[in-house]
Design a protein around this ligand. Structure first.
Ligand code: ADP
Ligand code: MG
Length: 236
């Protein structure tokens, strides 16, 4: 049984379906990719999974339990953490304090400082720990956003375009970090436009277009899928 599962999730904005019967599995110890052009519904899907938006129809199931009506805080307590495509850092706080604020909400709150140090090291951003979030280059700011999720020690980690603005070296390091997380058992759901990153780290990839899942499978299959190639891999 997958750790996280959605069943026929539908969301409409003003009569237009942003998600149309989306059913997806996200497994523990695996990196699952979610790709598709801008406007496909990827961020809306994250909103539904993380509890920020109630779907019109369908269910979100975590660990066999229907969590569709639970709010974000209760999902977080059950081990779900996400990042945002539009960064949500506290600009006037240091990198360390951004992580501490988050860690104090998580299961490691009694040893928040230790948790934060481990995450800073894991992301390779110890040298930036005293910098104000506002002053960071985008690639580093993205990592801090990921760090705010990681200090919650999630079982399910939802990443919305985490590598945007990272250079090649940062992306390579990030990919290795994601693989380590999966090896430790974390279920990672990755939305990302960097196709070489997606193809190299994901175990399975789902393709969304206009709210519909149009393809799913291992990276090699997705790469060979002509419809997918023509329609989606050209962009981003
Ligand atoms: P993606 O993350 O794949 O780029 P989004 O989930 O952001 O796509 O958007 C999917 C569709 O839903 C788009 O057509 C977008 O314009 C629309 N949409 C997203 N959020 C809202 C909203 N709050 N109100 C109205 N339309 C929205
Ligand atoms: Mg998006």
């Amino acid at each position: 049984m997958p750790l996280l599962h959605t069943d026929d999730v539908t969301v409409a904005f003003g009569g237009r379906r942003a998600l149309d019967n989306v059913s997806l599995d996200v497994e523990a110890g695996r990196i699952t990719g979610l790709i598709g052009p801008n406007g496909a519904g990827k961020s809306t899907f994250f909103d539904v999974v993380s509890g920020l938006r109630r779907p019109e129809t369908g269910r979100v199931v975590l660990d066999g339990k229907d969590i569709t009506v639970l709010g974000p805080a209760r999902r977080a307590r059950r081990g779900m953490a996400r990042t945002f495509q539009h960064l949500e850092l506290f600009g006037r706080l240091s990198v360390r304090d951004n992580l501490l604020v988050a860690a104090e909400l998580g299961p490691g709150r009694r040893h928040a400082s230790r948790t934060v140090n481990a995450v800073l090291a894991r992301l390779g951003i110890e040298d930036s720990c005293d910098d104000l979030a506002d002053s960071l280059p985008t690639g580093t700011a993205r990592l801090v956003e990921v760090g705010r999720a990681l200090v919650l020690e999630p079982r399910v980690l939802l990443l919305d375009e985490p590598a945007a603005g990272q250079d090649a070296q940062e992306t390579e390091r990030f990919a290795a970090m994601l693989r380590d997380l999966a090896t430790e058992g974390t279920a990672v759901l990755l939305v990302e436009h960097d196709m070489s990153l997606v193809m190299s780290v994901c175990d399975r990839i789902h393709v969304l277009d206009l709210g519909v899942v149009v393809a799913g499978g291992p990276p090699a299959d997705i790469q060979r899928n002509r419809t997918v190639l023509a329609a989606y891999l050209g962009e981003g």
